[in-house]
Design a protein around this ligand. Structure first.
Ligand code: EPZ
Length: 421
C-alpha cells in the first residue's frame, strides 16, 4: 500500500496541467451502453475510478481500450449481461450510472445498491423514482436493484430530494429518456457542468436534449443513438484543489486548461479570503502572498460552492486570521478530515453540519489517514504547509480522483514523494 510523504514549507510556483473531469468521464463512459457503433472519448483521465468502470463495462459487454494517443474507444459487443455486481459497485458508487443506459437499451438492469461510504449514506431513491416514472418495474432482491421495462414512455419527472438535486440521478434519468417514446421533462435537474457535458455528448450521438445545465431538461426520445467522438471537459474539482494548494503555500500557479466559468463559487470564496484569482489565456492564475481573511462558506448543488472542495477549503481556512465557518448542506457527515486536521494543530469544532474553524499560526506535520477522496486531498494540502514531515496513508483514495498528484505538485516545487508502506 502506498502513502505520500510531504515536507512542508515550499511555495508552489509554475503551471499545473488540469486533467479531464472524472465526474464527466464516468457517466459518459456509461452512456456508451446506449450506442450503436464506436464511441471515442478524448481527455479521459487515467484514474482508478475510470479503470474500475472499464472493468464493469467489459462485464456488461462493452469493449474498451485506449489508443496510442490515450483516447478511450468503447464499443458494445454483447448485450446479454445486465448485472452490475456488488464487488464492483461497492468499490465505486458511480457504477450506479449504468442503470439508466442498461434499462433503456436492454430493457432490464440489475445493479447492486451502493450502500454507505466515507462521506455518508448514498441513497438511490431518486434514481429509482425517475426510472419508475419512465415506466420501469422496480424490485429489491438480495441488495440488488432489479429494473425491467418493455418500453419507456416520456413524461414529467421531478428529481428534487431532501438535499436538492442529484447529479447521478439526473444522469441516469437523462440517459434513459433519450430512448424513451415521447417527451420527458426533468424538473429539479442537477446543473453541474458534468451534466451539461453528458447532454452535449448524447446530442452528438443523435439524442434530442435541451436545457441540460439548467434545472429543467427536456428530452425527445429517439429510436437509436450512434457513438461519436467527444472531448471531456476539464476537472473543476482538481483545478479547485490546486487553486487552494497555490493559495495555502502563498504561491503563484497557473492552472492550465481549467475553466473559470465552472468555478465561480470557488473563485468568489477565495477572493474573499484575499487570494488573487485571474482568468488568463491558458486557464486560471492563482497567487497569494498575504495573510488569509476568515470567511463563511456553505456547500450547495451547482452553481453553489461544491461539496467536493469543502475539505480543501477547510484546510486553507485553518490558517486564516480569525474564525471561519463552513456548513455542509450536501453530505452533512462529510467531515472525516476534521479529526485528522486537528492532529496537525488545527482548531476545528464540529457542530452538526457546521464546523467552526479557529485560525492558527501554523499546522504541524503528522501521520494522517486518508478516508474519502477529497478529504485525502485536503490532508495533502495541509502537508504542503505543515511544519516538518506529513505522511498521508492510504494513497489509493487519492488515486481514485487525482491523476499523478505527486508529479503535478513536485513539478511546481512541492516536496512530496509516493512511498510504499
Ligand atoms: C456526485 O455524486 C459526484 N460523483 C460526487 O463526487 C459529488 O460529491 C456529488 O455528486 C455532489 O456534487 C459523481 O458525479 C460520480 P448526488 P452523487 O446524488 O451523484 C442525496 C467525488 O469526490 N441523494 O448529487 O452520488 C445524497 O445523499 C464524488 O468525485 C438522495 O437523497 O451525489 C446527497 O445528500 C464524491 N437520493 C445529495 O442527494 C438519491 O437518490 C447529492 O447527492 C441520490 C442522492
Amino acid at each position: 500500500m502506498h502513502f505520500f510523504e510531504i515536507v512542508g514549507g515550499n511555495r508552489l510556483k509554475g503551471a499545473i496541467p488540469i486533467s479531464g473531469a472524472k465526474n464527466s468521464a464516468l457517466p459518459i463512459m456509461a452512456a456508451s451502453i446506449l450506442m450503436d457503433g464506436e464511441t471515442i472519448l478524448h481527455n479521459v483521465p487515467d484514474l482508478a475510478d475510470v479503470r474500475q468502470l472499464q472493468i464493469l463495462l467489459s462485464r456488461l459487454g462493452v469493449k474498451a481500450h485506449r489508443d496510442e494517443e490515450g483516447a478511450l474507444h468503447l464499443r458494445v459487443e454483447d448485450e446479454m449481461n445486465v448485472h452490475a455486481e456488488y464487488e464492483l459497485v461497492s468499490k465505486m458508487r458511480a457504477s450506479v450510472c449504468v442503470m439508466g443506459p442498461l434499462l433503456a437499451k436492454r430493457k432490464r438492469a440489475q445493479v447492486s445498491m451502493p450502500g454507505g461510504c466515507a462521506i455518508g449514506s448514498r441513497p438511490i431513491d431518486l434514481h429509482i423514482h425517475g426510472l419508475e416514472t419512465l415506466g420501469a418495474d422496480f424490485e429489491l432482491a438480495n441488495g440488488d436493484v432489479l429494473l425491467r421495462a418493455k418500453k419507456l414512455t416520456g413524461t414529467d419527472i421531478f428529481l428534487g430530494g431532501a438535499f436538492g438535486s442529484s447529479v447521478t440521478a439526473t444522469a441516469n434519468v437523462l440517459m434513459a429518456a433519450t430512448l424513451a417514446t415521447g417527451r420527458t421533462v426533468i424538473g429539479s435537474a442537477a446543473c453541474e457542468p458534468e451534466i451539461t457535458d453528458l447532454g452535449e455528448f448524447l446530442n452528438k450521438c443523435g439524442a434530442r436534449i435541451t436545457g441540460h445545465g439548467t434545472p429543467q431538461i427536456t428530452i425527445d426520445g429517439v429510436e437509436r443513438l450512434e457513438g461519436k467522438e467527444h472531448h471531456v471537459i476539464p476537472d473543476r474539482i482538481e483545478a479547485g484543489t490546486h487553486m487552494i494548494a497555490a493559495a495555502i503555500t502563498n504561491g503563484d500557479v497557473e492552472l492550465t486548461g481549467a475553466r473559470i466559468d465552472h468555478l465561480q463559487a470557488v473563485v468568489d470564496r477565495l477572493r474573499r479570503v484575499g487570494v488573487i484569482v485571474e482568468r488568463d489565456e491558458k486557464g486560471i492564475a492563482v497567487s497569494s502572498s498575504r495573510r488569509l481573511e476568515p470567511i463563511e462558506a456553505t456547500t450547495q448543488p451547482y452553481p453553489g460552492f461544491p461539496t467536493d472542495l469543502q475539505a480543501q477549503l477547510m484546510t486553507l481556512l485553518c490558517l486564516a486570521d480569525g474564525n471561519s465557518v463552513i456548513t455542509e448542506k450536501v453530505f452533512p457527515d462529510r467531515f472525516l478530515h476534521v479529526g485528522e486536521l486537528n492532529r496537525m494543530g488545527a482548531r476545528l469544532r464540529k457542530e452538526g453540519p457546521t464546523v467552526i474553524i479557529e485560525g492558527v499560526k501554523r499546522l504541524i506535520g503528522a501521520q494522517v489517514m486518508a478516508s474519502d477522496l477529497r478529504a485525502s486531498a485536503a490532508l495533502i494540502l495541509a502537508g504542503l504547509v505543515g511544519k516538518g514531515t506529513t505522511r498521508v496513508h492510504r494513497a489509493y483514495h487519492i488515486d481514485r480522483g487525482y491523476e499523478r498528484i505527486e508529479e503535478k505538485l513536485s513539478a511546481v516545487g512541492a516536496n512530496i514523494r509516493r512511498l510504499d508502506e
